[in-house]
Design a protein around this ligand. Structure first.
Ligand code: Z15
Length: 857
């Protein structure tokens, strides 16, 4: 059907054409229009929430105009597009980001667009800060993987890449965390409560998605071959409807698209059921459809293996692939051209079914020859691995899988058959190798599909997310594939973060100081971060150090306010001493491998040491010289079913209770747990850190990205030689980071020693564990203590504790006895953080993996 406006009518279109608001006055006009019509409210009835919604609608209007232009341009140029498939997009708030990104370089020097809108909102009787606070986080992710996807789409838009994100529009994002009597309690995050001004519903697009059923091969030419076109008769059908979110770039008119699918029932009605009088049942079955996109699975680095999760994955892959293929077909290229028009990046193995679905579309629906189809598929896909931890690697039992997706299971068997034939031709009679690399794992009671292996076989490139991690995958979990394909299929792209959100938005004061200092009033350094190196020459400048320290001071006060609010008025952080109180922060998902338990044991050790000196009669001001003022701040969610992580949260809160209320120690140590850590809280927390902790057992944290955020905000790191800490050390210099602990190469041996030659614990840790066992802190922490004492200390807390404690006292020395040195380290770190911009990552992906170019106007 032709949906275009006839030529003779287009003049009318042009006459009325929509215009962006360009200044404060035009913004106010739009704002009022939206209050009165979109919201149907008035100047007598306009609160902060209404102001937020009207502001967002106005800003969105501008984005949509650019969005339309960008999409038309991308179509007209017929350039290769990138599709970033991620089951998580941890976006946080959109409004401030859109305001910052609306800066286009055309404004007169010194007046940024955001400032003008702030002024306009002021005049209307609101405060921008309060208006921004009204927005709920779009929290459609768990942690690093989801936030990485959010940073990447920001950088793809900023770099003018024709790129779309595809995800799921969960009705419930990651749960909100409450702390009740020290324990985590989960409450649902119904984030769509007040309609979401940032999404555009596209009900006109409806993609049918099938599940279950059987394969009918009666019509196919060769009868029994699964390789030729087969007909899958689905047994259950739901409809996928997209919701689009405009993604603005910084200093560009390019606006990309994040397309999120939502599940709806079909309008087809089961008349058989209806006629048999089972009306209620057939309505209920319809309702089941919506449950597919109801809720985000709240696990980070852990696979749960539930049928609903597999359903989510297929629903999303099938809808996205259908959309991509439809767009490709409109461009009238031949199928061989597909990999020159389309690059699909798989964010972990969660979208691996997209590989199988494309093969199915090409063979079953488009009737391409199997091998021709497979050649297209493998040239299209690339796969990013984010972990080496066994419990996070996806495997699906063939029974469950084949029931839900019978045709896809056949296709996987065929893919595996050809793959193993290829292996056998390269390494004849190596049966051992065949079973090691088979996509179907035969060893366990039930056969399982190894999704990572399928992703490797179906992709042309596989990458890890930091140098150490990319080396580890080649030498451990994927070593046989390096032997089979050669090393060039495997590459590294070290993660990054967007400096727009994590510097400009989170830390406007620091961004301003940097801009003023390096004479960059238009914030070009946010695009070209190598400009930051100019800061190095001020590293020892006393005047500059003072300004730098003042910004940190401001941010620490801002965090103190947040903590006071969350602690319902309790004055946890003593503002009088904030200048010489070290803020030590560890915020991230709670996981044994990230070792928050080691951090809290360190706090206990410090507390005990202080108490010991006091009991020996040492006066408190003398004690303070040895243990200067420190606040240890924790935050993070545990997966609801992760017992040990929940116990760690309880221990932190119980220690906090004892330490914070012990008047004898005169506030020289505080322990704080910030409930419900999320993206918007991170924007307040991260800029306030003097020191942050990235202390995973070596070899377990693939990259980490909050380490980069802290450094970008002038915080120093205490960390292990793990993930991207390695490259951070290379970039900022080893004098500017506090590294400690065992190396990844020794972890196996240490674990072996724990198993077969257990040794007594180091005395520092022994002391701590005994106090924990004594019941000083409310709760039963036996399982936590036993995991170290009796169950092999898998995360090697006992091996690293001593060097951790020693390194902490080195930190104290520099911070308190040599503040100038500290500030120098802080400034030099920011000067050299440029490498960790996600703009650099996207450029690497574009050049080395996707083979796409930016689209310039
Ligand atoms: C997740 O957040 C990460 C890896 C995973 O396999 C899953 Cl399922 C979730 C994290 C890594 O733990 C972290 O080290 C990395 O920085 C992040 O992905 C982004 O690559």
């Amino acid at each position: 059907i032709d949906t275009m406006i006839p030529l003779q009518s287009r003049e009318i279109w042009k006459k009325h054409g929509v215009k962006k608001f360009e200044d404060a006055d035009e913004f106010q006009s739009k704002f009022i229009q939206h209050v009165e019509t979109t919201l149907a409210r008035s100047l007598y009835n306009c609160d902060d929430l209404a102001a937020y919604q009207a502001t967002s609608q106005s800003v969105r209007d501008n984005l949509v105009i650019d969005w339309n232009k960008s999409q038309q341009r991308q179509t007209a140029r017929d350039s290769k597009r990138v599709y970033y498939l991620s089951l998580e997009f941890l976006m946080g708030r959109a409004l401030d980001n859109a305001l910052i990104n609306s800066q286009d370089g055309t404004e007169e020097p010194g007046v940024q667009k955001r400032e003008r809108i702030k002024g306009a909102i002021d005049q209307l009787g609101f405060k921008l800060e309060d208006v921004l606070e009204q927005e709920p986080d779009a929290a459609l992710g768990n942690g690093g993987l989801g936030r990485l996807a959010a940073c990447f789409i920001d950088s793809m838009a900023t770099g003018d890449y024709p790129a779309w994100g595809y995800g799921l529009r969960y009705q419930y994002g990651i749960f909100a965390q409450k702390i009740i009597e020290g324990y985590q309690v989960e409450t649902p995050d119904y984030w769509l409560n007040f309609t979401n001004p940032w999404e555009i519903e596209r009900s006109e697009i409806q993609v049918p998605i099938n599940f279950y059923g059987y394969v009918d091969r009666s019509g196919s030419e060769s009868g029994d071959s699964t390789l030729s076109a087969s007909k899958w008769i689905g047994g259950e059908r739901v409809i996928a409807v997209p919701y689009d979110m405009p993604i603005p770039g910084f200093k560009t008119e390019n606006v990309n698209n994040l397309r999120m699918w939502s599940a709806r029932p079909t309008t087809e009605f089961d008349f058989a059921k209806f006629n048999s009088g089972d009306y209620k049942n057939s309505v209920e079955q319809q309702q089941r459809a919506e449950s597919i996109t109801a809720v985000l699975y709240p696990n980070d680095n852990f696979q749960e293996g539930k049928e609903l999760r597999l359903k989510q994955q297929y629903f999303w892959c099938a809808a996205s692939l259908h959309d991509i293929v439809r767009r490709f077909k409109k461009s009238k290229h031949s199928w061989e051209e597909f990999p020159n028009q389309v690059a699909i990046q798989l964010n972990d193995t969660h979208p691996t079914l997209a590989i199988v679905e494309l093969q199915r579309i090409l063979v079953d629906l488009e009737h391409l020859d199997w091998h021709k189809a497979w050649d297209i598929v493998t040239k299209t896909f690339a796969y990013t691995n984010h972990t080496v931890m066994q419990e996070a690697l996806e495997k699906w039992p063939v029974g469950l899988f084949g029931h839900l997706l019978p045709r896809h299971l056949e296709i996987i068997y065929d893919i595996n058959w050809f793959f193993l034939k290829f292996v056998e031709s390269k390494f004849p009679r190596d049966v051992d190798l065949l079973s090691k690399v088979s996509i179907i794992e035969e060893a366990s009671q039930e056969r399982q599909i190894r999704m990572a292996f399928l992703a490797i076989v179906g992709s042309h490139k596989v990458n890890g997310v930091a140098e150490l991690h990319s080396e580890l995958i080649k030498t451990t979990i994927f070593q046989d594939f390096v032997k089979i394909y050669g090393p060039s299929k495997f590459t590294n792209v070290t993660n990054g973060i967007t400096p727009r959100r994590w510097l400009k938005q989170a830390n406007p004061k620091l961004a301003k100081l940097i801009g003023d200092t390096i004479n960059d009033p238009q914030d070009d350094f946010l695009l070209n971060m190598s400009k930051l190196t100019e800061l190095a020459k001020y590293a020892e400048d006393a005047d500059f150090q003072t300004k730098w320290n003042d910004v940190k001071q401001f941010n620490k006060l801002r965090l103190a306010d947040l903590i006071e609010k969350l602690y319902e008025g309790e004055d946890v952080i003593n503002r009088d001493h904030i200048r010489n109180t070290l803020f030590d922060i560890q915020v991230k998902r709670i996981h044994e491998y990230k070792r928050q338990q080691m951090n809290i044991f360190g706090c206990i050790y410090r507390y005990l040491s202080i108490k010991k000196l006091l009991s020996e009669g040492v006066p408190i001001n003398e004690v303070e010289k040895k243990y200067p003022r420190r606040v240890s701040i924790f935050g993070g969610k545990s997966a609801p079913g992760y017992y040990m992580a929940k116990l760690i949260i309880k221990l932190i809160n119980s220690v906090s209770d004892v330490v914070n209320h012990d008047e004898e120690i005169n506030n020289i140590l505080k322990v704080v747990f910030i409930p419900d850590y999320n993206v918007s809280k991170a924007e307040t927390i991260i800029p306030a850190s003097d020191l942050s902790e990235h202390i995973s057992t070596a070899g377990t944290e693939a990259s980490g990205t909050s380490n980069m955020k802290f450094v970008m905000n002038g915080g120093l790191i205490i960390g292990t030689v793990d993930g991207a800490n390695v490259e951070i050390t290379r970039e900022v210099g080893e004098d500017n980071i506090f590294l400690f602990g065992n190396l990844a190469e020794n972890v196996d041996e240490l674990r072996y020693q724990h198993q077969y030659h257990p040794k007594p614990l180091p005395e520092e840790l022994e002391q701590v564990l005994q106090v924990v066992e004594s019941g000083t802190f409310d709760g039963d922490f036996k399982p936590l203590v036993d995991s170290i004492r009796h169950h092999g200390d898998y995360y090697l807390v006992s091996d690293d504790f001593k060097s951790y404690v020693q390194t902490q006292s080195l930190v104290d020395d520099v911070y308190h006895k040599n503040k100038k040195e500290w500030l120098k380290k802080s400034i030099l770190s920011v000067a050299n953080v440029g490498f960790f911009s996600s703009d650099r990552c996207i450029q690497e992906y574009a050049d080395e993996i996707w083979n796409v170019e930016p689209l310039n106007n």
